[in-house]
Design a protein around this ligand. Structure first.
Ligand SMILES: [Ca+2]
Ligand SMILES: [Ca+2]
Ligand SMILES: [Ca+2]
Ligand SMILES: [Ca+2]
Length: 609
């Protein structure tokens, strides 16, 4: 009997692998991946150029103008630990959010700040996060003080969601320390209610995401955890390497050079799912729902997203140096982890990668969302094409996104149709974690150029060269990246949060761009849709082209894009069909007459200008 059941098991496993050609299996033995930090066993190649700075093309189109210095954002100074980056928690801050906090129609900018060990010990004033109110015409006003959102903790990730359905977007801030939930009071001020409602997560919280996974009309919150750090028992400090008395300490090395330790060798941290109850407080349901991450992978980015073809919001978690997790929503309050079976746990070579940021979007307009994930230097970023039925294939190299990304260490990434041709392009923000790379000929650098890829509408991307003097020509120490049309001209702009420096504000000045339509969605809570419509899917048809956009909270790297959905229409001057799959499950078709503007679409009530 036992032999028979074993036999059946083998048959089952065999048939499964035939039925799901994308399925991956866990790596056997030790996979030598180069994560964020830790020992690298890779050969130290020498390069004659940095490959990540100073690469310009005089013939390239001028797409983004860096307008930071013309705005108040030039005064924001991000700071995260020592300039030498002796400890891993000094390296991955911080996120940035683009969203309209005051409802005046202009998206505003919220930049997280880092902190220092000294500030955490009360020995110096902590750095402050900043909220910039968009006044129009590239004028921004620092309203942090009035708004009360300075955080003054070690900021990592930001996710926006109107959790209490009052029509005003609220801000979850994942900190290294205690997280915050800034409730939007509607008068330009916020109140941290994290403790009161039960989401004051303690630990190393990173890129969170809001989403109503149980379809009760109330947003729930997922927060990945990175690593467990004891500030009273820190890992070896590379600055002590070689000093008298430090002999015998197990310093971490990158190509023979002492660097900060981690994440390998550090104890990871589990993840947390907070379910919102009817009274507006939250309960930790991580274990019950099956998303607690008992293996304690190093979580960086996450998003609730419709990954398969049913009506239930799934969840993806991007982990550093460990497999990525894809949770299929089973509809009964629990999830099934299908990372390996779906093909997103590893890359096509079966390797774990140092996952950092996550772009979500249907780049090839086949009606399913795809994922682009950023990784460490000396490794490519990865593009997972959604094949349907919960299967993904690693299409990185055949789409043209592989080779070019190898010298770069990527963080924020977003699909952005910068030329409004209806095909979503790709923007990637980069920067290394080891300042020491600037002292060596390793073909990479601490500050790096961003990467922009044009979607060729045939399944391939092409790098858009950096025009001299354009924002793409600048080397920055980027982390978070967020997208939004900051000046309302119909072309998507971008902002990055840069470690230990000022942010970068990228104004889209692309010529020959197409028509566009941007939608602000309002869900009907009585139909079990969250009011901010997080989790909605919009299908827009022009001629033969049917685009899909998902309303996602969080993602990129620890950042938040403007929640309004922006469509490029190309040469089309009319929308043939607009369909909305509301989070509560209703499918609605809306007649659209106008283009080249922002429209507000309310569930069951149609459009308003
Ligand atoms: Ca505003
Ligand atoms: Ca819910
Ligand atoms: Ca495009
Ligand atoms: Ca713009």
């Amino acid at each position: 009997m036992k032999r028979l059941s074993n036999y059946l098991l083998v048959i089952l496993l065999l048939s499964q692998s035939v039925l799901t050609p994308q399925a991956q299996t866990p790596a056997q033995g030790t996979t030598q991946t180069q994560g964020m930090g830790g020992v690298s066993t890779e050969k130290a190649y020498n390069y004659t150029s940095r490959r990540t700075v100073g690469i310009v093309d005089a013939k390239a189109p001028f797409i983004f103008e860096d307008v930071t210095d013309q705005t108040a954002l030039k005064n924001f100074k991000h700071r995260s630990g020592s300039p030498e980056k002796n400890y891993i928690f000094e390296t991955p801050s911080g996120g940035v959010a683009v969203f309209d906090y005051d409802g005046d129609g202009r998206p505003d900018i919220y930049l997280l700040n880092g902190s220092t060990l000294e500030a955490m010990q009360g020995k110096e004033k902590p750095p402050r996060a900043a909220l910039y109110h968009n006044l129009g015409n590239w004028k921004f006003e620092d309203v942090t003080e009035k708004a009360g959102v300075a955080n003054e903790r070690w900021g990592m990730g930001v996710a926006v969601g109107d959790y209490d359905n009052d029509g005003r977007p609220d801000i979850f801030v994942g900190n290294f320390g205690i997280s915050r939930l800034y409730h939007n009071n509607g008068d330009g001020t916020f109140t941290d209610v994290a403790l009161k409602v039960g989401v004051a997560r303690i630990g190393w919280s990173t890129g969170a995401s809001w989403g109503d996974y149980d379809r009760d009309g109330r947003l729930d919150l997922f927060v990945p955890g990175y690593a467990s750090i004891d500030l009273n028992n820190l890992p070896p400090n590379p600055a002590d390497a070689g000093k008298v008395g430090s002999v015998g300490q197990n310093f971490c090395q990158f190509r023979g050079v002492p660097v900060m330790c981690g994440p390998r060798g550090l104890k990871g941290e589990g993840d947390t799912l907070y379910h919102q109850k009817a009274d507006g407080t939250f309960e930790d349901v991580s274990v019950k729902a099956g998303v607690s991450d008992p293996d304690k992978y190093y979580g960086f980015a996450s998003a609730f997203v419709h990954a398969d073809d049913d009506d239930l919001l799934d969840l993806i978690v991007v982990n550093d140096s460990t497999p990525k997790l894809l949770y299929r929503n089973k509809g009964d309050g629990t999830f099934e982890e299908i990372g390996y079976a779906s093909g997103v746990a590893l890359n096509e070579s079966g390797r774990e990668q140092a996952g950092m940021g996550l772009a979500i979007g249907d780049y090839d307009n086949d009606g399913r969302v795809d994922f682009h994930i950023t990784n460490f230097s000396d490794d490519s970023n990865v593009l997972y094409h959604n094949e349907g039925g919960g299967n993904f294939s690693d299409d990185t190299f055949q789409t043209g996104l592989g080779e070019v990304s190898i010298p770069f260490l990527g963080w924020g990434t977003d699909f952005i149709d910068y030329d409004n041709d209806g095909w979503r392009d790709l923007l990637v923000a980069n920067g290394h974690v080891y300042p020491a790379v600037d002292q060596h000929q390793w073909g990479t650098s601490f500050a790096q150029q961003m990467l922009l890829f044009h979607n060729l509408a045939n399944g391939k991307f092409e790098r858009v060269g950096a025009a001299p003097g354009s924002a793409l020509a600048n080397a920055i120490q980027a982390r978070g990246l967020a997208i939004g049309d900051l000046d309302g001209d119909g072309r998507l702009d971008a902002v990055t949060n840069n470690i230990d420096s000022k942010p970068a504000l990228l104004r889209n000045v692309a010529k020959q761009t197409g028509h566009w339509l941007e939608l602000k969605l309002i869900g009907d809570v009585s139909k079990k849709s969250p009011r901010d419509a997080t989790g909605a899917i919009v299908y827009l048809t022009t001629g033969k082209l049917r685009q899909r956009m998902d309303a996602v909270s969080g993602a990129s790297y620890a950042s938040q894009n403007d929640p309004r959905l922006h469509f490029g229409l190309g040469a089309s001057t009319k929308v043939d069909k607009l369909e909305v799959k509301w989070p509560g499950g209703t499918l609605e078709t809306i007649n659209v007459q106008d283009i080249d503007r922002v429209l507000t679409l309310t569930e069951g009530k149609g459009l308003a200008k």
